[in-house]
Design a protein. Structure first.
Length: 47
């Protein structure tokens, strides 16, 4: 039973660190806006 408890504790800590990393990126990181241009070929368009 101690091994199972240690496994669950370790997985919970790793999941918490992952959640904290995603939250920190979503909260503190501001992406720079850029223009995107995509050329579409006329062949096969509107089939």
């Amino acid at each position: 039973m101690p091994t199972l408890f240690r496994l669950i504790t370790t997985l919970t800590i790793v999941a918490g660190l992952g959640y904290a990393a995603v939250y920190a990126l979503g909260t503190f990181y501001e992406p720079t806006p850029r223009d995107i241009t995509i050329r579409v070929q006329k062949e096969g368009f509107g089939r």
